[in-house]
Design a protein around this ligand. Structure first.
Ligand code: NAD
Length: 374
């Protein structure tokens, strides 16, 4: 089996904190060769190539696609670029890992899925939340009736000032002066496509595909300050989506500037005989495969859950973005062994439809029926 030869597109925060360090570890070399990096920001691709000993650096995405030493790419560019770049990569015969979100519309997602099939390439779409042992256990418990008849659930995420304060944005050289403004602009900006997407992958992975959505949404914080400059924000940042799972089971998902009523990006589930709130079943800590290892993390169980993801051996524990690495390795396994990825493009497409339809419902005032499934 030859190693899968990777190009990383976008050498920004997630690439530098997670993708490039993980993929350049010695223990993955029999399965992955990090062969190229691409970024148009002056000096960034060259600097990343030098730091991580990557043979090819490009400022032009088309040049990377023409590189026949690259079999697969990880798209670590702003979300609004993923559809066009993913399409070009598929047409060039490359396998693609999408950092979340894969696209911003269901139509785009469906087009990419069909194109990948006809071009015989594999897609993996982050976030692979159902790779997490606690989510698998929550699904099993709910299906086994551990909390009685499920009635409702809640999940979501808030932006805070997370992206303005990320470590690779506050320096003065090409690797550390990365502007986060795209996170606040359409298309692809806002907490829904960036953060709530984790919560929705968990929610739908546990409860199955949803049927309908309705929502209220708008821009609550029209300007943000980054390094002394005001950034205009036009992507909705304050959204509450109501989701109908059928059989009168409902959920609420939020993508907001601040605040949370759930833990981390995880959901809380309420039934006639009990509840699962974050990582607790009826107030007691959940047990799931690896939970003892997770508990041994100095920062607690949520942080420790990163350690027990598939593929994250002890050598990878101290590198950030373990889940992104785990998802990339699913692409490697899909290509090398034909094993379908848990982080499937079909699941991502359904979550993208919930977000897109939620925004449409908010604008129109009309409940939206969902068409996708996974
Ligand atoms: N930042 C995080 O914590 C985080 C975590 C997990 C996943 N992600 C996802 O990773 C992706 C990237 O996020 P980020 O925070 O690293 O963004 P970022 O803004 O830090 O970096 C994006 C990089 O893409 C480059 N870029 C712009 N246009 C390009 C082009 N045409 N071709 C190649 N590169 C181009 C930019 O110059 C920049 O270096 C997003 O999908 C995001 O949702 C981010």
């Amino acid at each position: 089996m030859h190693p899968l030869r990777f190009g990383v597109v976008g050498a920004g925060s997630v690439a530098q904190r997670g993708i490039l360090p993980h993929l350049s570890m010695p223990d993955v070399r029999d399965r992955v060769l990090l062969n190229a990096v691409c970024d148009p920001a002056p000096g960034r691709a060259d600097a990343a190539a030098e730091k991580f000993a990557i043979p090819h650096a490009y400022t032009d995405f088309a040049a990377l696609l023409a590189d026949n030493t690259v079999d697969a790419i990880s798209l670590a560019t702003p979300i609004g670029m993923h559809y066009a770049q993913g399409k070009a990569a598929i047409l060039a015969g490359k396998h693609v890992h999408f950092n979340k979100s894969m696209t911003t519309t269901l139509a785009e997602a469906n087009e990419l899925i069909a194109l990948a099939r006809s071009h015989n390439v594999q897609l993996v779409a982050s976030p692979g939340e159902m790779n997490r042992p606690h989510n698998q256990e929550i699904r099993r418990l709910i299906q086994a009736g551990a909390i009685g008849d499920l009635c409702w659930a809640v999940c979501g995420a808030s932006f805070g000032r997370y992206h303005e304060n990320e470590e690779f944005r506050l320096g003065n050289d090409p690797l550390t002066n990365i502007d986060p403004s795209w996170y606040y602009r359409k298309p692809g900006g806002g907490p829904l496509y960036d953060m709530t997407v984790y919560a929705l992958h968990g929610l739908t992975g546990i409860l199955g595909p949803a049927k309908r959505v309705t929502a209220m949404s708008g821009v609550r914080i029209p300007q943000r300050e980054f390094r002394g400059t005001m950034v205009d924000c036009d992507a909705d940042d304050n959204t509450l989506i109501l989701i109908d799972f059928g059989n009168n089971v409902y959920a609420m998902a939020h993508g907001t500037p601040a605040g949370s009523i759930s833990e981390g990006f995880s959901g809380s589930y309420f039934g006639t005989k009990g509840s699962i709130v974050g990582l607790k079943l009826n107030g007691e800590p959940l047990r799931y495969p690896g939970s003892d290892i997770a508990d041994s993390h100095p920062d607690g169980r949520w942080a420790g859950n990163q350690w027990i993801l598939p593929e994250v051996g002890t050598a990878h524990r101290d590198i950030d973005e373990h889940h992104v690495y785990a998802d990339i390795m699913q692409l490697v396994t899909a290509v090398q062994h034909g094993t379908p990825a848990v982080a499937s493009a079909q699941h991502a497409a359904h979550v993208i439809e919930i977000i897109e339809a939620g925004l449409r419902a908010a604008e129109s005032g009309n409940t939206q029926h969902l068409t996708s499934t996974f």
